[in-house]
Design a protein around this ligand. Structure first.
Ligand SMILES: Cc1ncc(COP(=O)(O)O)c(C=O)c1O
Length: 390
């Protein structure tokens, strides 16, 4: 029996691949520092854990509506309106298990085979995977280090055509930590306003920003009806394993996404929705302290990376990744990843896993303790002494 050909288009995030290799080395007795996985090392805020326990006690263990519990959709609409400066109503909100389905479902609902989708390069590998899965043409938009890892707008202007269906944005950005400045979003909005194009705006790191408050393109005039704003609880609320995300989009699209939910997951776990409902605003203090700690680590880690021979790292404005240009080492980014894993016991990610324009970069997640980051730097420094040995 052969698998359907569409399965060949799907990739699995290489972070999980490196994690498996690092675990195999650990099984042989090697000590590893894990800077490969994009997962907060903090516990889920206590009010949310307490609310989940209570929800289970209260019997929130049954099916819920496919679009999400009405009270939770309402709370998300208010939350997004308050934080993003848009006027959302609950009919525009779909609750899904994790943020990833909010990439999968809108692409399934909107994009036909032969359509074109512009997406950032480098970027979260699932975008391209999904574009190819539906038989569309992926059009990678370079994210330029020279522009603080913002979009190459000239490239977008040159590549928009009548087949372009969707443009994917991600700000703050994985893997670079870049934040798209408001003027770039305004310029992009100008480019698409009169076109039949939708924007999928992945804002999963929006609350993890250090220098400015990231702007949502949905808040710009006329853009809410052209935007699927996606966000979730994995990163800002340290809830990766709970699987909870959402999208805010025009009602006609929310209905289509709801159909996809009804045909796949049925609903996001009801007790998880109840827990997040309780914690949505109450977790603010814990989120603020997580972000403060990420900032403290960034301010130590990034300058120290810049002292490593051959490394150059722009200061990330958001998320929890340092995206290091390693061309100066004389090694490829694949080699640097390998050497750091096998010799230094530091797991990182080759930027090539995020697209063509990620080649020559290595991503380190600083969602790890200050002590582990300090130890990782020590190990990288030692290993770097041997960069040019061959
Ligand atoms: C940019 C981006 N979008 C979406 C996701 C998926 O989030 P979730 O784990 O909630 O599905 C991730 C996770 O790493 C991400 O980095």
């Amino acid at each position: 029996m052969k698998l359907a050909r569409r399965i060949d288009a799907l990739v699995i995030e290489s972070a999980f691949d490196v994690l498996a290799r690092a675990r195999a080395l650990e099984a042989q007795g090697r000590h590893m520092i894990h800077l490969e996985i994009g997962e907060p090392d903090f516990d889920t805020p206590r009010p949310i854990v307490a609310a989940a326990k209570q929800a289970l006690e209260d019997g929130w263990t049954h099916y819920g509506p496919p679009a999400g519990l009405p009270e939770f959709r309402c709370a998300i609409a208010q939350h997004v309106s308050k934080h993003k400066g848009i006027a959302a109503n609950e009919q525009q909100v779909c609750i899904v298990p994790g943020a990833k389905p909010m990439i999968f479902f809108p692409i399934m609902a909107l994009v036909e085979a032969g359509d074109e989708v512009l997406y950032p390069d480098p970027s979260f590998p699932i975008y391209r995977s999904m574009i190819e899965f539906v038989g569309a043409k992926p059009v990678p938009v370079p994210m330029l280090e020279s522009r603080g890892f913002s979009l190459d707008l000239d490239f977008i202007a040159d590549h928009l055509n009548e087949r372009t269906k969707l443009i994917i944005l991600n700000s703050p950005h994985n893997p670079t930590g870049g934040v798209i400045p408001e003027e770039d979003l305004r310029a992009l909005a100008e480019l698409v306003r009169e076109r039949d194009v939708m924007i999928l705006s992945d804002e999963i790191y929006a609350r993890i920003a250090y220098d400015t408050t990231p702007v949502s393109i949905a808040s710009l005039p006329g853009m809410q009806e052209k935007t699927i704003l996606m966000d979730g609880f994995s990163k800002s609320y340290a809830m990766t394993g709970w699987r909870l995300g959402y999208g805010v989009m025009p009602e006609w699209l929310a209905k289509a996404v709801t159909k996809l939910m009804a045909n796949s997951n049925t609903c996001a776990a009801t007790f998880v929705q109840r827990a997040a409902l309780e914690g949505l605003e109450e977790a603010d203090a814990e989120i603020a302290s997580m972000v403060a700690e990420f900032r403290r680590r960034r301010d130590m880690f990034v300058p120290a990376l810049n002292e490593i021979p051959g490394f150059r790292c722009a200061v990330p404005s958001g998320a929890f990744y340092a995206f290091v240009n390693v061309e100066g080492t004389g090694l490829s980014s694949t080699q640097v990843e390998e050497i750091l894993l096998n010799e230094a016991g530091v797991a990182s990610l080759d930027g090539a896993a995020f697209g063509e324009h990620g080649k020559g970069y290595v991503r380190f997640s600083y969602a790890n303790s200050f002590d582990n980051l300090t130890e990782a730097l020590k190990r990288i420094r030692e290993t770097a002494k041997r960069w040019k040995r061959d």
